[in-house]
Design a protein around this ligand. Sequence first.
Ligand SMILES: C[S@@+](CC[C@H](N)C(=O)[O-])C[C@H]1O[C@@H](n2cnc3c(N)ncnc32)[C@H](O)[C@@H]1O
Length: 243
Amino acid sequence: MNRKGVLHGIGVGPGDPELLTLKAVRLLKAAPVVAFFVARGKKGNAFGIVEAHLEAQQERMPLVYPVTTEALEPPLSYEAIIADFYDGAAEMVSRHLDAGRDVAVICEGDPFFYGSYMYLHDRLAARYEAQVVPGVCSMLGGTAVLGVPLVYRNQSLAVLSGVLPEDELRRRLADADAAVIMKLGRNFEKVRRVLGELGLAHRAHYVERATMSNQRIVPLDEVDPMASPYFSLLVVPGVKWQS
Ligand SMILES: C[S@@+](CC[C@H](N)C(=O)[O-])C[C@H]1O[C@@H](n2cnc3c(N)ncnc32)[C@H](O)[C@@H]1O
């Protein structure tokens, strides 16, 4: 029987190409097919990080999102469209795996930390060998460039999505020793309001495109909520532990 290909979910880190792991580079160079999720008309952030390591003969397989953040008129639903898209992407990847070709699916940050790779993994890992290479996640890239220690001693960390409803965000932040808030973009103003209400604004640090060449660190009250990009996050570090 023909050998099936191996599915690799490869974390490529938050942006700085030097944050690729040795293992990621080795597997990328060896993969006959390199797949990556990308918005229509874009080159792909993850692809840009690894491009210099690829050879011409390696097949590039862009998996182009049919929708991103645009509002959809009923009966169109984001969930239904995106589920169909992941089904189709898994089918495209599986054709290579069935033919014995390994596929490296590259993913910004870490594949299992809010990564789109997860939706392929969920669909394919029961049928094919799947290996995941962890990557430096944006949260840790962010704290590194901000220069803020994140959690001291016995503190617990809450990783929150800015998409959460305002009450829920307030409740979870009020309970947290330390927090990282992801997926800001259009949610930024709501998040800033909640931090202000809880008296946490002075402890919060904002970073855009952490570790990328166009990274920006901006005081919270100077962030333009209309211009806060997708690649941004907020860090509320734990209270400093004096040892
Ligand atoms: C779909 S999640 C992907 C997370 C990624 N898998 C990781 O490990 O960091 C996208 C969110 O990650 C955060 N993000 C990703 N890269 C970032 C960066 N370089 N700087 C700041 N935030 C980033 C943003 O909050 C963004 O909304």
